[in-house]
Ligand binder design. Structure first.
Ligand SMILES: *[C@@H]1O[C@H](CO)[C@@H](O)[C@H](O)[C@H]1NC(C)=O
Ligand SMILES: *[C@@H]1O[C@H](CO)[C@@H](O)[C@H](O)[C@H]1NC(C)=O
Ligand SMILES: *[C@@H]1O[C@H](CO)[C@@H](O)[C@H](O)[C@H]1NC(C)=O
Ligand SMILES: *[C@@H]1O[C@H](CO)[C@@H](O)[C@H](O)[C@H]1NC(C)=O
Ligand SMILES: *[C@@H]1O[C@H](CO)[C@@H](O)[C@H](O)[C@H]1NC(C)=O
Ligand SMILES: *[C@@H]1O[C@H](CO)[C@@H](O)[C@H](O)[C@H]1NC(C)=O
Ligand SMILES: *[C@@H]1O[C@H](CO)[C@@H](O)[C@H](O)[C@H]1NC(C)=O
Ligand SMILES: *[C@@H]1O[C@H](CO)[C@@H](O)[C@H](O)[C@H]1NC(C)=O
Ligand SMILES: *[C@@H]1O[C@H](CO)[C@@H](O)[C@H](O)[C@H]1NC(C)=O
Ligand SMILES: *[C@@H]1O[C@H](CO)[C@@H](O)[C@H](O)[C@H]1NC(C)=O
Length: 392
């Protein structure tokens, strides 16, 4: 088995031993998408390609298809489809338009198996998500179904089960989590359940453990990670009522702005005060979405104040059950994160992930080392990056 693995890698088919890795970064404004190269030997990170696109109002969310041939881009009014060229640039192919009252294209999830449906989500109250078909090359064709919610819903992020038969939606405006069943033969989508989240939670993004047992959910407003268990057959979720804080226990320096020293003392004694309203958690991903037993769950939390850092955390996952065994670290990010602090797990190693920061405009690569992590490279950008996806 070892020898076989070695032969495959030596033949150049494996990516694990390559030194240089490529990723795309979208931006909150402008029409450029950047191509970045990360060298895991020298730990250098640089912009190697400024790609002009037809996404004139930014690329709030970008997603690769499972076959690594296309980049899908959420830009106001449209979900666009770009082919990745051999020189790792992008060629615009098609778009699927959103209705004028649901034009805030905000999130994309691409199925990992045939027929490779793509789900595009506008973020505005009452809006449906669109299920979009693709051609043989993975280019977006047309919307074939709606993922419907109710009039109070505003879904910010979705995730698919690894068999792509179920869609889970984080309803930030409606403070709920939705489950839908997707039938890839009939092309129909039906609602399974809506679970109200705890008061003031505001679910933002979520991820399904590849083994199907868990859905991990970011409560944006509470800056918490919530654990929902999942029935692998029915796809039904149950809130386990287990949450982990994505902020340190007592953020006392911040409380120092409270005028009276006595008030501060009182606050410390009573509750170990944490001003969660200064932060908003945003992102969660597993370190390897194609593995049945990814090692880590990685999260990002933004600070609402550009002068204060956000936070990044990782959790160890049990190799058999996928349950969280330990919160490995909770570290301040280099800057606030701005609207981003979006984490993007690398393809070549579960120990590496990227972070985007639209407060100070940079992309960083971080490396997990046992129970800690650190930024190993940093590149400044001209404007605010939204999220990155690793191509290699
Ligand atoms: C990308 O654009 C930035 C500024 O607009 C410039 O500094 C950089 O050299 C460009 N990089 C490439 C590879 O074209
Ligand atoms: C990449 O290839 C395309 C044609 O496929 C070409 O138009 C473009 O100029 C090339 N870009 C770079 C940066 O070489
Ligand atoms: C979307 O597609 C339509 C139809 O092909 C095209 O006319 C329009 O320019 C495209 N717009 C964007 C922003 O992609
Ligand atoms: C559709 O989903 C089923 C059930 O998960 C799967 O077996 C099948 O491969 C999928 N794809 C197509 C094209 O039917
Ligand atoms: C958007 O407009 C369409 C058609 O005008 C309407 O059917 C739909 O209910 C509207 N959606 C929202 C969220 O207002
Ligand atoms: C999605 O819903 C809209 C608004 O209700 C409707 O006009 C459209 O036909 C639906 N699309 C599909 C593919 O069912
Ligand atoms: C999943 O749901 C089915 C149908 O309700 C039930 O029979 C089964 O026991 C459930 N599985 C688990 C692991 O709870
Ligand atoms: C979670 O809390 C709700 C509301 O208090 C309760 O109904 C439910 O039984 C709890 N679930 C678990 C798994 O403890
Ligand atoms: C919490 O932080 C927010 C934003 O930084 C600030 O406006 C608010 O006054 C703080 N609240 C308390 C009680 O310190
Ligand atoms: C992710 O998991 C897949 C499937 O087990 C494996 O082939 C791949 O090497 C893993 N990637 C990393 C970076 O560990």
């Amino acid at each position: 088995m070892r020898a076989f693995t070695f032969v495959v890698v030596a033949a150049g088919l494996g990516t694990a031993l390559c030194d240089k890795h490529y990723m795309f970064s979208g931006f909150f404004s402008g029409s450029t998408i950047a191509g970045l190269e990360f060298d895991d030997n020298s730990l250098s990170l640089s912009v190697v390609n400024n790609i002009s696109t037809q996404a004139d109002s930014g690329s709030k969310w970008i997603a690769l298809d499972a076959r690594n041939q296309n980049l899908y881009v959420a830009t106001t009014g449209y979900i666009q489809s770009y082919a990745i060229t051999s020189n790792l640039s992008l060629t615009y192919e098609t778009n699927v338009s959103l209705s004028s009252n649901c034009s805030n294209a905000n999130f994309i999830a691409a199925a990992s198996t045939a027929p490779y449906a793509v789900f595009g989500i506008p973020y505005s109250s009452g809006c449906s998500g669109l299920a979009i078909s693709v051609d043989d090359e993975g280019t977006l064709k047309s919307a074939f179904a709606n993922v419907t919610y109710d009039s109070s819903a505003g879904v910010h992020g979705i995730a698919l089960s690894s068999d792509n038969n179920f869609i889970y939606s984080a309803d930030d405006m409606g403070n709920a989590v939705w489950s839908h069943k997707y039938d890839n033969v009939t092309g129909t989508i039906e609602e399974l359940q809506k679970i109200d989240a705890p008061t003031g939670a505001n679910p933002r993004h979520l991820t399904v453990h590849p083994n199907g047992n868990w859905v991990y959910i970011i409560y944006e407003e509470l800056s918490q990670l919530a654990v929902y268990s999942r029935n692998g057959t029915t796809g039904i979720l149950s809130d386990t009522n287990t949450t982990f804080s994505l902020l340190p226990a007592g953020m006392l320096l911040e409380s120092a702005i409270i005028p009276s020293a006595q008030t501060l003392l009182l606050t410390i004694v009573i509750s170990g005060f944490t001003n969660t309203s200064s932060y908003w958690a945003d992102e969660v991903f597993v370190s390897n979405a194609t593995s049945q037993s990814p090692k880590y769950l990685i999260t990002g939390t933004r600070s609402r104040t550009t002068s204060l850092p956000g936070y990044v955390s990782a959790f160890a996952l049990d190799a058999d059950t996928g349950a969280i065994t330990e919160q490995l670290f909770l570290l301040p990010t280099t800057s606030s994160g701005g609207s981003a602090n979006a984490v993007g797990p690398a393809k070549f190693s579960e120990e590496y992930f990227a972070i985007t920061d639209s407060g100070a405009n940079f992309v960083e690569v971080w490396k997990i080392d046992g129970g800690s992590a650190e930024a190993v490279s940093h590149v400044g950008m001209d404007s605010g990056p939204a999220n990155v996806v690793w191509y290699s």
